[in-house]
Ligand binder design. Structure first.
Ligand code: PMP
Length: 437
């Protein structure tokens, strides 16, 4: 006799708060910009689910594509054979990708895409005869999923401290957040681009011939929306190129239109060697990820008869028919509604409304880029995260979904949000913030 909030068997350690055992917060439906709760209320989605439902909820082309595919070809083995939609999808992804990207490997999540990218980078250095290049460089406050490679290069110490030694030979660049200098900066901070020069320091320390790759999120999302200072990513690219180090962009959040271009790489005009994606690839509807690589990387593996034995990598569900169909339906929706560039049109309005919360009590910083926003709250002494959690609860009770990470409120609505819905979102948020949380 399970009740809707019976969590006896369910385990999700990540979930910071389990108060919903007593006070259920369940979604039972969704359409476009709104969720429906178990008690019949509408909640405006200020976070696109978890940064993934970029086209809005239950979109017809995606739903139909999944329905049709499920009735036609449910599964095809991922090795030695294939099915047409996986090939079609790869071509269509390359069509919208930065122009140096040539091939796509499929995964089932952001975390798997990260592991795949790190393995491709290390294996590539080896097949190029540079097996001494084994070091990986991430960044403080970087988030790259929850698997072993991802938490090793990720910059959240608490995520890895239980596990002792993870990947060895990992360094972390300093994060780019300079709160004192950047307070309430609209868009990209003017100063701090030279922080990328820390990479030169690490190269000097270890020697370039030991370093395989650098992985960064173009905009760090899950650790509180850290916007790269002007010139920072360009400088990372220059240093990587100079020393033969691969540059990996983790575009799990920034990919598929979040900044107003299909990918952050195009937005910043910086080309990585490997690009990690997931989330918006299928509009968050079905687990799927994709790792993009250059022709040079692909070609290095595809010489000689036994290339695939040298580099064994792939998943049972890589490019499975239903996920591929969902992704194609998603790309159709993005194309038909110009969603991959829509954030660029609406971003100025978004920025203005977001920064209008500056006068609310306990707001110590506001940051934004594309259709991403962050509001940093003053921590309550001895109770970090409490204020943001209170904001989350009050917003939810008033019909608005926000995401919190530490004492930061992160916003990333579906790209279909209207001006009126932006007004509604920030009116609700102002009420929450004014209400002594
Ligand atoms: N990389 C980044 C930048 C992410 O934001 C996330 C998820 N928030 C991941 C990787 C991991 O994705 P997943 O949860 O699908 O494994």
């Amino acid at each position: 006799n399970s009740t809707p909030n019976d969590l006896r068997a369910f385990w999700m350690p990540f979930t910071a708060n389990r108060q919903y055992k007593k006070e259920p917060r369940l979604f039972v439906g969704a359409k476009d910009m709104h969720y429906t709760t178990h008690d019949g209320r509408q909640v405006l989605d200020g976070t696109a689910g978890l940064w993934c439902v970029n086209a809005g909820h239950c979109r017809p082309l995606i739903t139909e594509a999944i329905r049709e595919q499920a009735g036609e070809l449910d599964y095809a083995p991922a090795f030695q054979l294939g099915h047409p939609k996986a090939f079609e999808l790869a071509n269509r992804l390359i069509d919208i990708a930065p122009d140096n990207m040539a091939h796509v490997l499929y995964t089932n999540s952001g975390s798997e895409s990260v592991e795949t990218a790190l393995k491709v980078a290390l294996a590539y250095q080896r097949v190029k005869g540079q097996g001494s290049r084994t070091r990986l460089i991430g960044r403080e406050r970087g988030y790259h999923g929850v698997n072993f490679g991802g938490i090793s290069v990720g910059g959240i110490v608490s995520n890895r401290k239980m596990f002792g030694t993870l990947l060895t030979g990992v360094d972390h660049l300093p994060h780019t957040h300079q709160p004192a200098k950047n307070a309430f900066t609209k868009g990209m901070p003017e100063h701090g681009g030279d922080l990328a020069d820390e990479l030169e320091r690490i190269v000097t320390l270890h020697d370039a011939s030991t370093i395989a790759a650098v992985i960064v999120e173009p905009v760090s999302g899950s650790t509180g929306v850290l916007i790269p200072p002007k010139g920072y990513l360009q400088r990372l690219r220059e240093i990587c190129t100079k020393h033969g180090i691969l540059l990996i962009f983790d575009e799990v959040i920034t990919g598929f239109g979040r900044l107003g271009a299909p990918f952050a790489s195009q937005y910043f005009d910086v080309k990585p060697d490997i690009m990690v994606t997931a989330k918006g690839l299928t509009n968050g509807v079905i687990p799927m990820g994709a790792v993009f690589v250059t022709a040079e990387i692909h070609d290095a593996f595809m010489t000689g008869p036994d290339h695939m034995i040298e580099f064994f990598h792939g998943y049972t569900y890589s490019g499975n028919p239903i996920a591929s169909a969902a992704a194609l339906g998603t790309l159709d929706t993005y194309r038909d509604e110009n969603l991959l560039t829509r954030a660029a049109e609406i971003a100025p309005y978004w920025e203005e409304k977001l920064h209008s919360l500056r006068d609310c009590p306990n707001v110590i910083d506001i940051r934004n880029l594309g259709l991403i926003g962050a509001i940093e709250l003053k921590p309550i002494d001895g109770e970090p995260t409490k204020r943001a959690f209170n904001a989350f609860l009050n917003a939810y009770n008033d019909g608005l979904l926000i995401r919190t990470t530490g004492d930061i409120i992160a916003l990333s609505p579906p790209l279909i949000i209207t001006h009126e819905q932006i007004d509604e979102l920030f009116d609700k948020l102002r009420k929450v913030l004014m209400n002594n949380i």
